[in-house]
Write a protein that binds this ligand. Sequence first.
Ligand SMILES: [Zn+2]
Length: 80
Amino acid sequence: MRAAARTVLASTIYPLPTYEGGDMDTCPNGCDLTGGPIPEESQHLYGGKTHFSRRVGYYDMTQDRTVSWSCPDCGLTWPR
Ligand SMILES: [Zn+2]
C-alpha cells in the first residue's frame, strides 16, 4: 500500500493570466506576481504570453488539476 500525497506543490511555472488591457497578475492582497520574461522562442508554448507568473500552484493528483494558488510574498492561499 502506498500512501500518496493527494495534493502536491506544483513545480510548474505558469504564464501570466491575461486580463483586459494586457498581461498582469496580482494576489488577492494586491502583491504583484509578475515574474521573469518568457524567452521569445518559447512564448508560443504559453499562448503568446511574455512573462511568467510568480504564483505557486497546488495540484490535486486525484482531480488532475490545479486546485489552489499561493502568493510567495504574503503567503495567502486562495482557490483557483
Ligand atoms: Zn500576496
